[in-house]
Ligand binder design. Structure first.
Ligand code: OFO
Length: 172
């Protein structure tokens, strides 16, 4: 495997692992706030990011490279409010989208069209994740401080997660 591609993919493995850890911390925080639906959503999101990392690890190894399992920094453990948590999530997704675009750029520069093709899955995944985060934030802005609204929001987060799992046949 081309060394620049291998390095870029290993950096992406690191980012996916960090995303998984970050969302796991958000899940745990939501659970301690009594927001069980939001916690279910974030636990599933953390699992999804782990799946993204695994997909990259397998690709690198199958293509003759060497995937490196990264050391992960401890993420923040307090998030002020649900809205703040989703603002941070969206900001994080935007940095991941940026780094995926950089990997795609390296693929084009190195004329590695196989990896370029593989990365297209991540490009569409990021579009979906950003759109979902924005729609959740829109809901939260509408709800504002209303307690009843937050109760319904939390239930809806559980439903979104269940519907997503069904569409994926339970596979992240
Ligand atoms: Fe890995 O999809 Fe978001 O970060």
């Amino acid at each position: 495997m081309n060394q620049r591609i291998e390095k870029a993919l290993n950096e992406q493995i690191n980012k996916e692992a960090s995303s998984s850890q970050y969302y796991l911390s958000m899940a745990s925080w939501a659970e301690t706030q009594g927001l069980s639906g939001t916690a279910v959503f974030m636990y599933a999101h953390s699992d999804e990011e782990r799946f993204h990392m695994l997909k990259l690890i397998k690709f690198v190894n199958e293509r003759g490279g060497k995937a490196i399992v990264p050391k992960i920094e401890q993420p923040p453990s307090d998030f002020e409010s649900v809205q703040r948590m989703f603002e941070l999530l969206l900001a994080h997704e935007l940095t991941v989208t940026h780094s995926i675009n950089e990997v795609v750029d390296v693929c084009l520069n190195e004329k590695d069209y196989t990896t370029h093709n593989f990365m297209q899955w991540y490009v569409s995944e990021q579009m979906e994740e950003e759109a979902l985060a924005r729609s959740i934030l829109d809901k939260l802005k509408l709800i504002g401080e209303q307690k009843g609204g937050m109760y319904l929001f939390d239930r809806e987060m559980q439903e979104i997660t269940a519907a997503g799992a069904k569409n994926n046949d339970g596979v992240a």
